[in-house]
Design a protein around this ligand. Structure first.
Ligand code: DGT
Ligand code: CA
Ligand code: CA
Ligand code: ZN
Length: 577
């Protein structure tokens, strides 16, 4: 039984597709199409291929003849296919890899391998840059350039992308698809639905009675630069920005199961599937089925899948197999902070330092978001930060903030603040006399990132011992996809923050998300309290708060762990006086 659970229809189909590709590279006629037809039939089969195999009904699948049926059986029973291995072994090393580059078909790949001994894409790139490809028969200067462009594209498509930049694009596509008459339901799936900090590719799921129409609209969307694969159940495209988007179209009755499956994470799904197996049920992208009776237990709605397994619906942000299934079973899931429950932004820059907009402009934008308050936290003056405020300028700003607060009737309350810099010795770059006049003091590390762990930890803890410091800004200093966190003993920092009542920031800027989700999870265990800040440098950036909330949710945080879910009154109590 275990073994039969292993291979899904899609995985079996993937092996057959690869056989087709390899046969094509070898120049075999007819057979590639036969394998592809069979792969497609299995991919779109409403039943589980493992069941069909066990019940000796493979010959009922259109396109699956006797020969291919034997191969399918082997895949289902062993998880592998010897024929595929022998095909792979027959080809010169690297040829299959080369065909993944756009513009390189099987013939060109074999020529490149035979004539120039190219074994990898890196090697291909080097030879193309050296101008060695243009002279091969059937190639030319233009082909060489196209190959280089193809290599660049294949690399960008593999990169990860920041959630904050991709989510709006994904929502646009979702909206466009949901406007189609034949589309019953659409949802984001995969890591983007789980709001992971970086996204490998965007997954979208739709239920439609006319998949061809949906795929046509999708493949010809304005932002699409090329179509990687096109079928009636799955189409993959690459946007001009280099982001890959996968759209899967299913029948409405399978939508819930498909959404559950394609939301992942893979690890969460594996854990969930174990619960199904324990009941002699099978869970896959088509539904939850009782193996004894063949009865479909759930599949139309995602919550129904969880409910049938005696679980409450689990928020996508929690689905990382970090204990959420156990917590769900025990009725201990956290009451996650809601996206709409942030009452104000505690980290806002203005044109007084490096921001683009005035205090009034930021206030108006905050008003439009429905906030009760924002904290103006411009940088203080150190060597490292451009246009930081001197103590005198900051005093001017505090008076300006008071003036604006007095002039406004109702609306957003401005809190005066700073994002001061934590020096190498842990002292901050503003005198206590100034800090004492501010509502909110963030202290952050902006320099000296290379300190050894012990010193960095002590440095931040020294800053926390300053009675005026309310918040440690972006506590690990990491920049996603470009800079590692500095060396710091977070366990020690978390304990100190909890003991001293200093808040740790979840910086919502898309490239930061610092603290990260996993760090939030451990900080929460240490009873740390948090503050969310967008680190907005212009008024549009205020919207980044959403990604901070996503990070908090992925870190299992509730509203009561977070200072700025409080109204102004409550916030003042939360901050140390
Ligand atoms: P990404 O794209 O790297 O940011 O991460 P995901 O989680 O979006 O991964 P992706 O796009 O490869 O697949 C989307 C979801 O489909 C994944 O979260 C779970 C499901 N899935 C994909 N492949 C498998 C698999 O081999 N086994 C299981 N159980 N689930 C899978
Ligand atoms: Ca994905
Ligand atoms: Ca995907
Ligand atoms: Zn900062």
């Amino acid at each position: 039984m275990e073994r039969l659970q292993g291979m899904t229809n899609i995985e079996v189909a993937a092996i057959l597709y690869e056989v087709a590709d390899l046969l094509e590279i070898k120049g075999v006629g007819f057979k590639p199409q036969a394998y592809r037809r069979a792969a497609q039939a299995i991919e779109t089969l409403p039943e589980d291929i493992a069941d069909v195999t066990r019940e000796e009904r493979l010959d009922e699948i259109p396109g699956v003849g006797k020969g291919i049926a034997g191969k399918v059986r082997e895949i289902v029973e062993t998880g592998n296919l010897a024929y595929l291995k022998s095909l792979r072994d027959e080809l010169p090393e690297g040829v299959q890899e080369l065909t993944r580059i756009e513009g390189i078909g099987p013939k060109k790949a074999i020529t490149l391998s035979r004539e120039l001994g190219i074994r990898s894409i890196d090697d291909l790139e080097a030879k193309a840059l050296a101008g060695r490809i243009r002279d091969l028969p059937g190639f030319g200067e233009k082909t060489e350039q196209n190959i280089l462009a193809g290599i660049r594209m294949s690399r960008t498509a593999k990169e990860r992308h920041l959630l904050g930049y991709i989510l709006p694009v994904a929502r646009e596509i979702e909206k466009r698809l949901s406007s189609l008459a034949s589309v019953r339901r659409v949802s984001l799936a995969g890591s983007i639905r789980r709001r992971k900090e970086t996204i490998g590719d965007v997954d979208i799921l739709a239920a439609s009675t006319r998949p061809e129409e949906v795929m046509e609209v999708f493949a010809t969307l304005p932002g699409v630069s090329r179509v990687l694969a096109r079928g009636t159940t799955k189409t993959s495209v690459v946007l001009a920005t280099g982001v890959q988007v996968d759209l899967r179209v299913v029948e409405d009755e399978h939508f819930g199961a498909a959404l559950q499956y394609f939301t992942g994470s893979k690890e969460h799904n594996i854990a969930l599937r174990k619960l199904a197996i324990a009941r002699n049920w099978r869970l896959n992208e088509y539904g939850l089925v009782d193996l004894a009776s063949g009865r479909v237990v759930a599949g139309e709605d995602e919550a129904g899948v969880y409910l049938a397994l005696d679980l409450p619906w689990i928020e996508p942000e929690l689905r990382e197999d970090r204990g959420e299934i156990e917590a769900a079973r025990a009725g201990n899931l956290p009451d996650l902070v809601e996206y709409g429950s942030i009452k104000g932004d505690l980290h806002v820059h203005t044109h007084w330092s490096e921001g683009a907009h005035s205090i009034e402009e930021m206030t108006a934008a905050a008003q439009a978001l429905g906030y009760e308050y924002i904290a103006i936290c411009d940088h203080a003056k150190t060597l490292h930060i451009a246009r930081g405020l001197s103590p005198e300028r900051l005093a001017d700003q505090v008076r300006e903030i008071e003036r604006i607060n007095r002039a406004a009737d109702g609306g957003v309350t401005l809190l005066s603040g700073t994002e001061c810099n934590i020096g190498m010795d842990g002292r901050v770059d503003l005198p206590d006399s100034i800090l004492a006049d501010l509502d909110v003091v963030i202290a952050s590390v902006h320099s000296g990132f290379k300190q050894p762990e012990r010193e960095m930890t002590q440095r931040v803890i020294t800053a926390m011992h300053n009675d005026h410091v309310d918040i440690i800004g972006h506590p690990t200093g990491r920049i996603l996809l470009s800079r590692e966190p500095y060396q710091i003993d977070l366990a020690v920092v978390f304990d100190a923050a909890a003991a001293l009542g200093v808040l740790l920031e979840i910086n919502a800027f898309p490239g930061r998300l610092d603290l990260s989700d996993v760090n939030c999870l451990s900080a929460r265990e240490a009873n740390v309290r948090f503050s969310l800040g967008s680190d907005a440098h212009n008024r549009e950036n205020l919207r980044y708060m959403e990604f901070g909330v996503a990070t908090a949710r992925r870190g299992w945080l509730s509203a009561n762990n977070i200072a700025n879910t409080r109204s102004l009154e409550g916030l003042r109590r939360f901050l140390r006086s």
